[in-house]
Design a protein around this ligand. Structure first.
Ligand code: HEC
Ligand code: HEC
Length: 302
């Protein structure tokens, strides 16, 4: 009898230790992700990330404009404009194709090579400057600590791959699914006023047919990207704060976008209809991520 209880006792002890170890491992994993995100956040906002200390990701992806930059086309570290209008980074984690017009780019890992290594024009200008930039981080005591936490067990953590991994871990935190329209879809019918509902119905109507291309993305799920004449159909989330519009930034404001569709589809939008569409677009604005300090500039907000 005694023996039997001893065995049972041992089994219970083993199971408890096992559970404890599993929990400890999962906490260690979470801490590692946090450390990588934190490193990525510092890099994202730090001009040390460009060869001549002029640009970082935030130069073209500013949180106050839903991570776009307000320019028709962004300018890179050399001061020359890049070809396209900067795209919002909110919910990038859930996209299947990246950039405006290159369906071959199917992951953040593939995409991030462009701001790093693009030439003519450059964005960050890493080409042939890698060692100089990496040495900069290696020599900085703050970064020594951040890299050590993010990549423990690595003797030489200062390399391009680690920097990109950390930046991607940070990008994956940029999530925004809390617009009034999201709340409306979740069942809060008060979230949209009468005008915004009229705008939504107009947007979805046969007459305008906007929804045929700009279909609503399902939150927290990968949504297959659509293309029209070689250009990716952009998300209209936060559209009121992401102008200028179109892949080349050629349209300055939302009224000019309406003109564009009126010409294209030979239709006429009355003033009331335009105001309704704008009310609907305003209901697509979600800046709640701005209250999360951990997504903002770490050199300003601890
Ligand atoms: C000089 C301005 C500039 C800098 C610096 C820059 N970007 Fe961009 N970013 C752009 C532009 C412009 C596009 C659209 C490119 C295109 O379609 O050709 C873009 C596109 C992207 C996309 C694709 C989004 C989508 O939905 O397709 C991601 C992701 C991205 N940038 C992340 C970053 C990260 C991370 C950094 C820093 C390492 C960075 N960018 C630095 C201007 C910039
Ligand atoms: C045939 C598919 C299609 C239809 C239908 C369509 N769009 Fe678009 N829309 C696009 C594409 C593609 C772009 C990007 C075009 C470019 O960059 O040149 C775009 C761009 C936009 C933009 C600018 C977004 C940005 O971030 O630059 C707005 C706003 C917009 N559309 C609103 C509408 C409205 C309103 C309707 C209905 C009247 C509509 N769209 C119908 C495909 C479509």
């Amino acid at each position: 009898m005694q023996k039997k209880w001893n065995v049972i006792g041992l089994i219970i002890a083993a199971v408890c230790t096992g559970l404890f170890l599993i929990q400890a491992e999962s906490i260690a994993k979470q801490n590692l992700v946090k450390a990588r995100v934190n490193l990525g956040r510092h890099l994202f906002y730090d001009t040390k990330l460009s060869y001549n200390l002029t640009k970082s990701c935030v130069s073209c992806h500013d949180p106050s404009m839903a991570f776009t930059d307000g320019y028709r086309t962004s300018s890179g570290a050399d001061g020359y404009n890049v070809k396209h209008n900067a795209i919002s980074l909110l919910n990038v984690k859930y996209r299947t194709k990246y950039t405006w017009a290159n369906p071959a780019i199917t992951s953040l890992q593939m995409q991030i090579q462009f701001p790093f290594f693009n030439e003519h024009p450059t964005e960050l200008g890493w080409k042939s400057q890698e060692q100089i930039i990496l040495n900069r981080f290696a020599a900085d005591s703050n970064y020594q600590q951040l890299f050590k936490l993010a990549f423990p067990n690595q003797k030489k953590p200062f390399n391009v791959s680690n920097i990109q991994q950390a930046l991607i871990a940070f990008e994956e935190q940029l999530i925004s699914y809390n617009a009034p329209y999201d709340q409306y879809l979740k069942g809060n019918k008060q979230a949209l006023n009468v005008e915004a509902i009229a705008g939504m119905n107009l947007f979805n109507s046969e007459k305008l047919g906007c929804i045929k291309c700009h279909s609503w993305e399902k939150p927290f799920e990968k949504n297959e990207s659509k293309f029209s004449f070689g250009i990716r159909v952009p998300s209209l989330r936060n559209v009121m704060i992401t102008g200028p519009y179109m892949h080349d930034g050629s349209i300055d404001n939302i009224f000019a976008v309406f003109r564009y569709y009126e010409n294209k589809k030979s239709l006429n939008l009355s003033n009331t209809e335009q105001q309704a569409l704008i009310a609907f677009f305003n209901a697509l604005t979600d800046t709640s991520y701005l209250s999360k300090k951990e997504l903002l500039n770490p050199f300003q907000y601890q």
